[in-house]
Ligand binder design. Structure first.
Ligand code: ADP
Length: 359
């Protein structure tokens, strides 16, 4: 297996602040990797360390087989794609594209040819003579990408490139960046705080918190088997419900602590830990007949978008339910909920780590 980028034991300090902790990450050639996590978790620091804009304090950074620790940014052969407004406003699209080649001494005719080739790949052929102000947000983003492509980088690094675009354009650009990545056979590392962006664009998602990689893997693996409560709550929207629970006296049932205790029979051996946190995703709860209920809760708020109904219980903690049909429920009524035990996640109350139960 070829790895285009390899980080091992990477640590980064800003003075006394430990911003990256023992980062191990292998990025396969041709893959699309998303770094995701809350603000301040170290994603930009990691990306900037790859680019050479930050120096790492310990560990190894290998790009295309070469150790890059002390190598300056322009010699690493990788391209940062910034937000679309980082274009030069007084230059045409063609001039924006050829600028980096021209300052490196590439002849005018050769640079023009390179710009035309890239523009043909990115759908900008008819726009080469326009100025950035004459382009739509999406077209500007394509110019920003083309400017990186023209240098044939070993990897593309994206730092929240879509955060300034409106919601509809973001969805469009997310597909466009991904399809460009596929067409070019590129290797891409993409920083975002938006887990939906990470899940939909990447083949490999890296979830970070406080300088640590909490979990990495294919998007659906993170959704199906989060290793801890943090990843479980971060991946998925609306977020997973967490319910404090105790194992019942028979060792095969749970008592959910939701105002009134709710006894849930799972009929499978449960861990001996006395206190647990149950995780249930809103989309894995369904409304059932009263007789089939696993839990019964008072309804708090009901919101419908037409295609989906979002129900919030009037309990502490609140339980969110998402269903795809319309529901005539009203605030204050009781609702009966059921779920498939295979969809239930368990976490240790103290360590917040996942506990696996035998199926
Ligand atoms: P993210 O991109 O995940 O929002 P960053 O990588 O920008 O996070 O920052 C990680 C942590 O390092 C934050 O707590 C931030 O305040 C700190 N940090 C970032 N850059 C510097 C710097 N130049 N000097 C000191 N601390 C910094």
């Amino acid at each position: 297996m070829t790895h285009q980028i390899e980080l091992s034991g990477v640590n980064k300090y800003y003075g006394a602040y430990h911003a990256l902790r023992d980062i191990d990450l292998k990025i396969r050639k041709g893959s699309f990797v998303a770094l995701v996590g809350p603000s301040g978790c170290g994603k930009s620091t990691l990306l900037r360390s790859l680019a050479g804009l930050e120096s790492i304090s310990a560990g190894d950074l290998i790009i295309a087989g070469e150790r890059m620790n002390g190598v300056p940014p322009r010699k690493r052969g990788i391209a940062m794609v910034f937000q679309s407004y980082a274009l030069y406003p007084h230059m045409t699209v063609e001039e924006n594209l050829t600028y980096s080649l021209r300052i490196r001494g590439v002849k005018k005719a050769e640079a023009k040819k390179a710009a035309e080739e890239v523009a043909a790949t990115t759908g900008l052929s008819n726009l080469l003579h326009r100025y950035p102000r004459e382009l739509s947000g999406g077209q500007r983003q394509r110019v920003a990408m083309s400017r990186a492509i023209i240098r044939h980088p070993k990897a593309f690094l994206f730092d929240e490139p879509l955060s300034n675009l409106d919601a509809a354009l973001r969805v469009h650009m997310r597909k466009e960046i991904r399809s460009l990545h596929d067409r070019l056979g590129a290797t891409s590392v993409y920083v975002t705080h938006d887990q939906i962006e990470a899940m939909t664009m990447a083949d490999h998602v890296v979830v970070m918190r406080q300088g640590v990689i909490e979990q990495q893997g294919p998007p659906l693996e993170l959704y199906d088997r989060p290793v801890n409560k943090f990843v479980a709550g971060f991946i998925g929207s609306p977020a997973m419900n967490f319910i404090p629970a105790k194992v019942g006296a028979d060792g095969r049932s749970l008592v959910f602590e939701l105002g009134n205790p709710q006894f849930v029979t799972l009929d499978r051996p449960l861990p001996t830990a006395s206190k647990l946190i149950v995780g249930l995703r809103p989309e894995h709860l369904r409304l059932v007949q009263e007789g089939d209920a696993q839990i019964r809760l008072p309804v708090g708020v009901v919101e419908s978008t037409g295609s989906m109904t979002y129900i919030t219980s009037a309990t502490t903690p609140e339980i969110n339910v998402v269903v795809t049909d319309r529901q005539p429920l009203r605030s204050g009524e009781m609702m009966s909920l059921g779920f498939d035990p295979a969809h239930l996640h368990l976490f240790d109350t103290d360590s917040e780590r996942r506990i696996d139960i035998a199926g």
